[in-house]
Design a binder for this molecule. Structure first.
Ligand SMILES: Nc1nc2c(ncn2[C@@H]2O[C@H](COP(=O)(O)OP(=O)(O)O)[C@@H](O)[C@H]2O)c(=O)[nH]1
Ligand SMILES: [Mg+2]
Length: 634
């Protein structure tokens, strides 16, 4: 394995952990500030947890036999001294395979039987049902056992042609596939539908997840790969092979599954060793490869720099044998460089910026809060100093003025109650737009419309309806939230102008990410419906399953949007409530202390000493806050 790659992944993991630790430190600090920021403390704890669990997903997508599995072995697992995943001739992985490390469970290979495709539950749902999976324990200390166990990924089984057609595993009308039919009316199909490999490899432990996919058939028949797994990957490697060039099905995969991918996607032209010809000079061989690379770039409409020419097989051999020259010739290094110096840093920076933005907004508020508290205490101290040695009358005047201030403040606070009630009522209204019941109704009517109108036009208009209804809900929720923000802003301004409360900015509720996710889903669905192959009568079950996948994804988007809205509701309202309460407490304390001083002038100096201690403590907190801020600056 390349040093760069190992280092970058370790660094990525390291920075994530450091950032998470800094966030936890800040959350503890907030917690100590009289616990007034419970909501933010919780939010920060959430952010720290998701940072610690963050995975970087790299997916390998291509037609059957282009060398995906071999490339995964070469890039990540060459330190095994042999092929970890089966990719030698005649034995290739038959099902989508996810490789990751989960320290909470023992290393294992979990396999989902192909027959589960008959059922309408989504993959995501089945992933939560261990009973459906066949589990094999893996022993990382025993390479032979490991390799033997992973051979399961290549298993096939005989299935009657009728069943195979129904499950979308075989197409008898395709001349290219017809010959697979055996005399006894069966065809060989993959034994497993999906595999999950939990394996304690350092790269995986550092947060890398790898997705290996089989060919076009599996992609088409497993909607969740299209709807969710591949679009959510941080990088997609699309493979082609020199011996086949860009075939029609290669192009179909590229156009349908990879090209639109918003994150990193690159094309890898594999098997360049097949062009190595000892009768030709190096420069002639190089020119041949270059021609094919350029042709690939042209057909895929990619810049030349996004096409990588490699030999996965020679790279693996070179790494296992420690043959440096062969390794260079295999071209693997440029791909490692891409992963190490572009894909991983891009993801790391994105994560870092998003977290920093969130934390910095909170830090700004903490600083304002600190300044406000310090100012209050020093104002009080100045006043007490001025009163010391003065007569009762002057103190009584001060008390009366403060009482007036408090009365006026109470009036504003009472007025705010009306705003709060209104905001709370609108908040409930907002949540109802994002409720599960609302989504259930939308999805149910969508499914009925689909079942009724079994034509391309009927389906497409059904989908459009569905999409409009869902995004309409998001829009209404956003509109309500905007109204609430305006009302709260007004209230903040009132408190700031008349009572010197810190100026605060109520954040806007932003559901854009979920709206975009839904829009992307709808586009995928539209494409699926337009494809005549999916509308054949015997494939209705495929549409149903596709719909189940779509519903699951929409449900996820909805439930995330709902969580976001719930969280937003609290951060919109809670900070102002706590600050109103805090200010009231402050006025109360000052009034009480003036009362005491009036009763007994001797307590004035006690109070001064108290305020001085408070100021000292606040100064320390301020220094600590500055120290916390430094950890986020870079
Ligand atoms: N000559 C050559 N063969 C390769 C190379 N990479 C993979 N293969 C062979 O191509 C076949 C398919 O490889 P595999 O990784 O299983 O392909 P997948 O179906 O895309 O995962 C196997 O027989 C591999 O040995 C390569 O770089 N050069
Ligand atoms: Mg494979």
């Amino acid at each position: 394995m390349s040093i760069h790659l190992e280092q970058e992944v370790a660094d990525y993991s390291d920075r994530r952990m450091r950032l998470a630790a800094a966030i936890t430190y800040y959350a503890d600090w907030l917690d100590r500030q009289h616990g007034i920021d419970a909501e933010r403390t919780l939010r920060l704890a959430d952010t720290a947890t998701s940072l610690r669990q963050e995975k970087l997903v790299v997916a390998f997508v291509a037609e059957f036999s282009r060398g995906k599995t071999e490339l995964i072995n070469a890039l990540f697992f060459a330190d095994h001294g042999q092929r970890l995943l089966p990719s030698d001739a005649g034995r290739t992985t038959m099902c989508p395979t996810e490789l990751f490390a989960n320290a909470d469970e023992a290393p294992s290979l979990c396999l989902l039987p192909i027959e589960t495709r008959r059922r309408s539950e989504s993959l995501a749902h089945l992933k939560r049902m261990p009973i459906e999976w066949c589990r094999i324990a893996l022993d990382p200390a025993d390479p032979r056992q490991l390799q033997e166990s992973l051979k399961k990924l290549t298993e096939t089984k005989a299935m009657t042609a009728v069943d195979a057609i129904e499950l979308g595993l075989w197409n008898g009308e395709d001349p290219g596939e017809r010959h697979q039919l055996h005399a006894d009316g069966t065809v060989d199909v993959p034994a497993w539908r999906y595999a999950m490999v939990n394996y304690p490899h350092p790269l995986l432990q550092a947060g890398l997840t790898i997705l290996d996919t089989p060919g076009l058939n599996a992609l088409g028949a497993e909607p969740e790969l299209t709807l969710s797994v591949i679009p959510n990957a941080h990088a997609v490697m699309f493979l082609l092979a020199t011996d086949t060039g860009v075939t029609r099905s290669d192009l179909e995969i590229w156009q349908k599954y990879v090209h639109r991918h918003v994150h990193y996607h690159v094309a890898v032209l594999n098997k360049i060793d097949m062009l190595w010809d000892e009768l030709k000079s190096d420069s002639e061989v190089h020119a041949t490869i270059e021609r094919q690379v350029e042709e690939t770039a042209r057909v895929l409409k990619l810049p030349r720099s996004q096409v990588f020419a490699v030999s996965a097989q020679k790279a693996l051999t070179a790494k296992i044998r420690g043959d440096a020259a062969l390794r260079v010739r295999s071209g693997i290094e440029s791909l490692e460089y891409l992963l190490a110096h572009q894909v991983i840093p891009a993801r790391r920076d994105m994560l870092y910026h998003a977290v920093n933005r969130e934390v910095n907004a909170l830090l700004d508020e903490s600083r304002v809060d600190m300044a406000t508290r310090l100012k209050r205490s020093s104002d009080e101290l100045i006043q007490l100093t001025q009163l010391s040695g003065k007569n009762r009358e002057l103190i009584e005047q001060t008390r009366a003025a403060l009482q007036l201030e408090k009365d006026s403040y109470d009036a504003t606070a009472n007025q705010f109650r009306v705003t709060r009630k209104m905001v709370q009522a609108q908040g409930e209204n907002l949540m109802s737009h994002l409720s599960e019941d609302t989504l259930d109704v939308i999805l149910k009517s969508g499914r009925e419309a689909m079942e009724e109108s079994w034509t391309t036009r009927g389906l497409t208009s059904g989908i459009r309806d569905l999409s409009e209804q869902m995004s309409d809900r998001f829009q209404q929720a956003t509109r309500l939230a905007d109204g609430m923000v305006d009302a709260l802003d007004q209230a903040y301004i009132r408190f700031h102008r008349h009572h010197n409360l810190p100026k605060m900015q109520v954040p806007r509720l932003d559901l854009g990410a979920y709206r975009n996710r839904l829009a992307a889903l709808m586009r995928e669905t539209g494409d699926f419906c337009k494809d005549p192959a999916n509308l054949l009568l015997e494939k209705r079950f495929m549409i149903r399953r596709f719909y189940a996948g779509l519903a699951e994804e929409a449900r996820k988007a909805f439930s995330l949007a709902k969580m976001e809205a719930e969280r937003w509701l609290r951060i919109a309202l809670d900070p102002i409530m706590t600050r109103i309460r805090e200010h009231k407490q402050y006025l109360d304390t000052r009034l009480t202390s003036l009362h005491r001083i009036l009763e007994n002038m001797g307590t004035l100096h006690n109070r001064m000493a108290q305020v001085k201690t408070e100021i000292g403590k606040l100064r320390n907190d301020k220094v600590e806050l500055a120290h916390i801020s430094e950890q986020f600056a870079s």
